[in-house]
Design a protein around this ligand. Structure first.
Ligand code: SF4
Length: 625
């Protein structure tokens, strides 16, 4: 394989390279389940780069997290070194992370876009001003771009630092480098946020047809895109907007927004079948026209949106972010399509008073991604938990995809996979007795595993309940993940756990929390993982709408909208255990439902699941071998 960065190509890598090569040739897309350790970054980048260097195309390596950029960058460095080939590459993060203006990280992303636009328009940003001389790129910017391009692949931090030293906007410098690049390593939003994509590709002078997309960790893409396409308006935001409009002397608008809050309050009167008021948490579907009619009682909808936008712009000049501006954005979003979306009003307990939230929620990521995947040159969607690949192709609207399931490269005998078909975190079975029973089983597992064990729970609430019964009398330290940890706290917490590798500790974490995916604990840093229960979504109106929608679209509402996404999250957590071919460890799924056919069939066949209640001896024997 031309441009493969290493001497040896493993058999499963070879299959992946062949699949990517033929996909590129036929301009199709490939959806591939590629387990951890297979070397999928090299096996996809090498053929994609070979194609891009021979044709007028560029490769986008798209990730959901900045931490994933490093491996792509290292792989390209290795390709350049081994084949002595120049591959212009840029590592691009969101504009907000590049920005040199103070305090901008505190802004919401839409607010930041407005802020940056206003700064440039009003010629207030010195870093942008120094970039241009008339309509041309300034000499100082041209020199910096030339220097950085000559240095070869650079991290975003290196580009940011060099730009800061030259007093130039790092994002604009990165864009100039991107124009020359054959590979762009960046975040999903650059191609899946329609507004950003159009502007970004326009600046590069490219269209989607020129782009080969490699989507890493693609199991995360449906949820990420759905979040991008959703919008929310709460009574708290309206209250803030009224105060803000008053403060900045938009009194008339303030009174209109107060009236909007009253309309939301009237819409939020929940009654039962007999018309009697309901107290406490509640939710209901709302029709598009129902809310627009209420908005129209306050002011013509178009006028109110434009009014909020104008006032929001002027407020942002004073304080960078604007609740008034966000209300205008929500109203604009609310006028969007019904197909693939749901509209829900919910009432939840707040600190001082109940909070009403109106949500325009995207149910179907394909309404946004279908266009991208079917207009681009080719796409490769890959992940270690992309099963069944057909489901992900359907959820993302990939037409006529090639599908591939690869096997783990790690020796199966290094891993013991157990189901303990006891206990349940099902809502109807939650009780103190259940938490005590789970804690009792965990205690036995933790003692049987010689070293560090990570236990993943469906929620913080369940974690806390079980922990109360477990940590007394356990001869291993228990470290429990907390809600709302900062990035530094997360890293310090993980390092503390790693330090127990010799004596053994227990990490309590949440499946969808900070450590459920994207964390590497190789070798002795982790000898066992226990997944407690299933992280099924709350059976709320959004979940019900999702199941109904996928039932109508695919006849697979429960699987696509409920069970498989939850199950795949547990596989991600389980994947923390074995990170290399020499790692040895045990993975336990603790819940009676894992034996049910609808879940059991979802385990990868190569895992050779063993269902047992005699797990202690099985674990001890496994580690003795
Ligand atoms: S032009 Fe660059 S430095 Fe200036 S506000 Fe925008 S992103 Fe920040």
């Amino acid at each position: 394989m031309r441009y493969f960065p290493y001497d040896e190509i493993r058999p499963e890598q070879d299959r992946l390279i062949a699949a990517v090569t033929s996909t590129l040739k036929t301009k199709q897309s490939l959806v591939v389940h590629a387990p951890t350790g297979l070397g999928k970054t090299a096996a996809t980048l090498a053929p994609a780069i070979a194609h891009a260097l021979e044709h007028d195309t560029i490769v986008f390596f798209l990730t959901g997290r900045h931490t994933q950029h490093a491996i792509a960058l290292e792989t390209i460095k290795a390709i350049r070194a081994k084949h002595a080939v120049d591959i212009p590459v840029i590592d691009l993060i969101g504009k907000q992370h590049f920005c040199l203006q103070p305090l901008t990280t505190r802004l919401q992303s839409r607010e930041f876009i407005e802020y940056c636009r206003a700064m440039k328009q009003d010629r207030q940003c010195e870093f942008f001003e120094r970039l241009k001389k008339g309509d041309e790129v300034s000499a100082v910017a041209r020199t910096l771009v030339k220097e950085l391009a000559a240095k070869g692949p650079l991290t975003t931090q290196e580009v940011k630092l060099a730009s800061e030293q030259a007093r130039l906007c790092p994002y604009e410098i990165a864009l100039l480098l991107a124009k020359q690049a054959k590979v762009i390593i960046t975040d999903y939003q650059y191609l899946f946020n329609p507004h950003i994509r159009e502007a970004f590709l326009g600046k590069l002078g490219r269209s989607l047809e020129d782009c080969i997309l490699i989507v890493d960790e693609a199991h995360n893409l449906p949820e990420r895109v759905k979040d991008l396409g959703s919008a929310r308006l709460s009574s708290v935001l309206i209250g803030r907007a009224v105060a803000e409009a008053t403060k900045y002397h938009h009194e008339e608008l303030a009174s209109k927004l107060a009236a909007l809050g009253e309309e939301l309050g009237k819409l939020g009167l929940f009654t039962d079948d007999r018309g009697l008021p309901i107290d406490g948490d509640a939710e209901k579907y709302v029709l598009r026209e129902e809310w627009l009619a209420r908005v129209a009682r306050v002011a013509p909808v178009d006028e109110l949106i434009a009014w909020c936008a104008r006032a929001g712009d002027s407020i942002r000049e004073e304080q960078r972010s604007s609740a008034v501006g966000r209300i205008g954005e929500f109203l604009e979003a609310w006028r969007g399509e019904d197909q693939g979306y749901t509209r829900i009003l919910s009432r939840e307990r707040g600190r001082d008073a109940p909070v009403l939230t109106l949500s325009y929620r995207c149910l179907d990521a394909s309404v946004i991604t279908h266009h991208v995947f079917n207009e681009c040159h080719s796409a490769v969607l890959m992940s270690g938990t992309l099963t069944p690949p057909k489901m992900y192709a359907s959820l993302l609207g990939v037409e006529e995809p090639n599908l591939l399931v690869l096997e783990s490269p790690f020796p199966p005998e290094n891993r013991l996979n157990i189901i303990i078909p006891k206990t349940s975190t099902k809502f109807t079975q939650r009780s103190d007795a259940m938490w005590r029973e789970i804690a009792g089983i965990l205690r036995k597992i933790v003692l049987a595993v010689p070293g560090n064990v990570a236990v993943f729970f469906p929620s913080y609430a369940i974690l806390e309940q079980v922990q109360q019964h477990l940590d007394q009398g356990l001869p291993k330290t228990v470290l429990a993940e907390q809600r709302g940890m900062t990035r530094d706290e997360k890293e310090a917490f993980l390092n503390k756990f790693r330090a127990y590798a010799r004596t053994g500790a227990v990490l309590f974490a949440v499946i969808t929390g900070n450590y459920g995916e994207g964390v590497d604990l190789p070798g002795d840093e982790l000898k066992g993982v226990v997944v407690v229960g299933l992280p099924l979504s709350k059976p709320d109106l959004e979940t019900q709408a999702l199941i109904k929608y996928f039932d109508e679209k695919f006849r697979k509402g429960w699987e696509y909208g409920y069970t498989i996404p939850a199950f795949n999250k547990t596989l991600q957590s389980a994947g923390r255990c074995i990170r290399s071919s020499t790692d040895k460890g045990v993975v336990v799924f603790l819940d009676e439902r894992y034996e049910w056919p609808r879940y059991y069939k979802l385990f990868p066949k190569e895992w050779r699941m063993k269902s047992t209640l005699l797990f202690e001896n099985m674990i001890k024997d496994f580690f003795r071998q």
